[in-house]
Design a protein around this ligand. Structure first.
Ligand code: SF4
Ligand code: SF4
Length: 86
């Protein structure tokens, strides 16, 4: 398995949690995660972040459905959507 996801740390996924019910426990309705540090643009609990925030570690749940390359491609597509590139 590749050990890196091509993340540029834009922080947009952590600021748009209201796009998915899965992350409703991490924000108060604003869509911005309670653990997001807007000074550093990083996660304050990165080493202990929930599994659902760890794209590569979550692949286990999708491995019967997608190849790893396809799974990464689909996730990169979601990043691009958040950036307004698609
Ligand atoms: S939206 Fe994608 S590129 Fe931006 S921080 Fe999240 S995972 Fe990384
Ligand atoms: S816990 Fe960290 S990685 Fe997960 S959404 Fe919040 S800030 Fe982002």
């Amino acid at each position: 398995m590749k050990n890196e996801f091509p993340c540029d740390k834009c922080g947009l996924c952590c600021k748009n949690l209201n796009k998915s019910e899965l992350y409703s426990d991490l924000h108060d309705g604003s869509g911005i995660c309670r653990y997001f540090d807007d000074e550093t643009n990083l996660c304050r609990i990165y080493d202990h972040r929930p599994l659902k925030c760890n794209i590569l570690a979550s692949y286990d749940f999708f491995k019967d459905k997608y190849s790893l390359d396809e799974y990464i491609r689909l996730n990169v597509k979601e990043c691009k959507k958040l950036k307004g590139e698609l």
